[in-house]
Write a protein that binds this ligand. Structure first.
Ligand code: ADP
Ligand code: MG
Length: 475
């Protein structure tokens, strides 16, 4: 390939992966001066451009060159006055200007429905935008699948093709698969991404056969750049849809298009999968997702709390992480239930309330670190005086402080907490609670309860305090 064509191809490849303004600034009037002995020497018009390309884009440039000329091992940058003076080299402004006239290439509206999000990012209506690589928590047991997904996102059709991700239910296969789709669309808005489940693929095949649309069916896959297919264990039987999948996969593979597949089992554990497919899968990358270790489970819970904007006592999170043994989906399920109950009943989740949720969801399970039955009969408080005693002791105050008139924060907050607990846990009326606090009126008590509920939405220390107090109360 002539130097000029090579450089144009490289720029085409890089353009969608960096910010447009940067592309226009740093690649203007550049060119390849020579390719010799594994070194590609790129001419640039200014020292700034040289520095910038070398420090920011060297890897991208090298990879893109290598895709077209595998002999190149390094890229050097040379400042070349001629490029600056005579405006030689590539005119990237012209390239971008002609591009602007084109409409975004969505080759078939049925493949991806794409819209531009608020920050100009691309999101597809076929992909769930909440699945991203940067909200997939990485730990010891899922590092490799995550890294491979990232590599595919950065360079679809590269060395990890096909990428085959397998693992049990609820461990994040769909999350990674869709994250690849979202990531590719953002980095390469021109690429056509197709995501679908194997089940859907089968019904599309069946429909196409029934309507005699097979040619049209095959045709749409020719336009796909990144093919994401979920849960291929659905192709368990060797029937015509597996054959069709085999052909589709082969065609894409032969034209260097990226395929990513997920399944609940390793390629070698398949019964009824075409041998040819098994061997093709092995040509790319096969990675397993495992149930994450305790620390990762905890990190996932913290991440989800952020997503749901919920504050939960770290001890309660640890308790959840310790007591969920099967899948991340279950982990999320327990957390979501806990948050939902909190919102409905205006109470923060405690170890006890979470233990009950886990018991309900998974009856046979033994719960570590808490004995539901035991705790219940032990010390359950029955009246407001007992609550006052516990709260006073917890905050190193006296009951007189709590019912008294001191409005300092150190006393006021515990007083409000105490009213809140009596209201929520004993169900006393505002009026009656006010009576117990030296004859305060019901609006004062109501205000105290609301104030405390508000604080619980943002004050992690208060969440912990209340949980500790509740434990004392036998809750
Ligand atoms: P699978 O497809 O393997 O059955 P999913 O991808 O549907 O599992 O994952 C189930 C849930 O768990 C999803 O909500 C997903 O976001 C979440 N999840 C799984 N692994 C992680 C992780 N490492 N970090 C964050 N969320 C995760
Ligand atoms: Mg799934």
């Amino acid at each position: 390939m002539a130097h000029k064509d090579l450089w144009l191809t490289v720029l085409e490849r890089i353009k969608p992966t960096i910010m447009r303004a940067h592309f226009l600034t740093w690649f203007q009037n550049t060119s390849i001066l020579s390719v010799k002995d594994g070194v590609c020497n790129v001419g640039v018009p200014t020292p700034y451009a040289s520095q910038w390309l070398e420090s920011k884009y060297n890897i991208k440039i090298l990879q893109a060159i290598q895709e077209n000329d595998a002999t190149v091992k390094t890229v050097t940058y040379e400042i070349c006055q001629r490029l600056a003076d005579q405006h030689e080299g590539v005119d990237v402004k012209a390239i971008c200007a002609s591009e602007d006239k084109k409409v975004r290439k969505v080759k078939n509206v049925n493949e991806v429905k794409v819209s531009f999000g608020p920050q100009g990012h691309v999101s597809s209506q076929m992909l769930n935008h909440k699945y991203r690589l940067n909200n997939f928590v990485v730990g010891r047991d899922n590092r490799l699948p995550h890294a491979a997904s990232l590599a595919v996102t950065n360079m679809p059709g590269g060395i990890y093709n096909p990428l085959y991700v397998y693992g049990g239910v609820g461990l994040g296969k769909t999350h990674l698969l869709q994250a690849i789709g979202n990531g590719v669309l953002n980095q390469y808005p021109d690429k056509v991404v197709k995501y679908l489940t194997a089940e859907r693929f089968v019904s599309e095949v069946v429909e196409a056969i029934g309507k005699r649309h097979m040619a049209k069916f095959k045709d749409q896959y020719r336009k796909v750049d990144v093919f994401l297919i979920d849960d291929i264990q659905f192709f368990a039987r060797k029937d015509s849809s597996q054959q069709e999948f085999f052909h589709t996969f082969n065609e894409l593979y032969d034209s260097n298009k990226q395929t990513v597949l997920t399944s609940d089992r390793a390629p070698s554990d398949w019964d009824g999968l075409d041998e040819r497919l098994v061997s093709r899968f092995g040509m790319g990358m096969v990675v397993e997702l495992l149930f994450p270790d305790f620390e990762t489970r905890l990190a996932i819970l913290q991440q989800k709390c952020q997503e749901y904007r919920a504050i939960i006592d770290p001890e309660v999170l640890m308790f959840i992480a310790n007591n969920v043994h099967h899948s991340v989906r279950e982990l999320e399920g327990v957390l979501r239930q806990s948050i939902a109950e909190t919102e409905l009943s205006d109470r923060v989740p405690t170890i006890k309330s979470v233990a009950e949720i886990i018991k309900r969801m998974n009856k046979a399970q033994e719960i570590i670190g808490y004995d539901v039955e035991d705790k219940r009969t032990k010390t359950l408080v029955k009246n407001s005086l007992e609550v006052m005693d516990i709260v006073a002791e917890f905050y190193n105050l006296t009951v007189d402080d709590l019912v008294g008139a001191d409005r300092h924060k150190e006393i006021m907050v515990p007083r409000q907490v105490c009213m809140y607990l009596i209201k929520n846990e004993l169900g006393q009326l505002y009026e009656k609670i006010g009576g117990g606090f030296g004859g305060r009126n019901h609006t004062t008590v109501m205000h105290a309860c609301n104030k405390t509920a508000d604080r619980l939405k943002k004050d992690i220390k208060l969440v912990r305090d209340i949980n500790a107090i509740k434990r004392e109360m036998g809750l």
